[in-house]
Design a protein around this ligand. Structure first.
Ligand SMILES: [Zn+2]
Length: 120
């Protein structure tokens, strides 16, 4: 059975989709083991940037990691997660996809949004 926290994350993603940020789909959510994967179709950021050869939706990497971290924290699971966008429509991929996995180091996930994270 799905936990209450996972149900809340589903509602959160549904709400983001309704607000026009794109269509979020959970591919895998695992509270204890493995990695979490969330797909985003028609990303508002990706659509705006166009095909520029790199990922652009890094705000969601932090926001999705944050919501998964919140779920772990409320269950007192001492695990720290970090998120990254592995495919992006701006990189000419078919959809944007985020992987949120355990962080090796301790401490909270530092969420960065904006140009400081750009490599080029
Ligand atoms: Zn993207």
């Amino acid at each position: 059975m799905e936990s209450e926290g996972i149900e809340i994350i589903r509602k959160y993603l549904g709400s983001l989709s309704m607000r026009g940020w794109g269509s979020f789909e959970i591919l895998r959510l695992d509270e204890l083991e493995g990695e979490n994967r969330i797909r985003l179709r028609n990303s508002a950021f990706g659509e705006e940037y166009g095909k520029i050869g790199r990922t652009v939706c890094y705000c969601w990497s932090g926001a999705l990691a944050g919501s998964i971290q919140w779920n772990l924290d409320t269950k007192r699971i001492s695990k720290r997660v970090t998120g990254s966008e592995v495919t992006c429509i701006s990189k000419n991929d078919k959809y944007c996809e985020f992987v949120i996995r355990s962080k090796k180091t301790s401490g909270y996930t530092a969420v960065q949004c904006g140009p400081s994270k750009m490599k080029e």
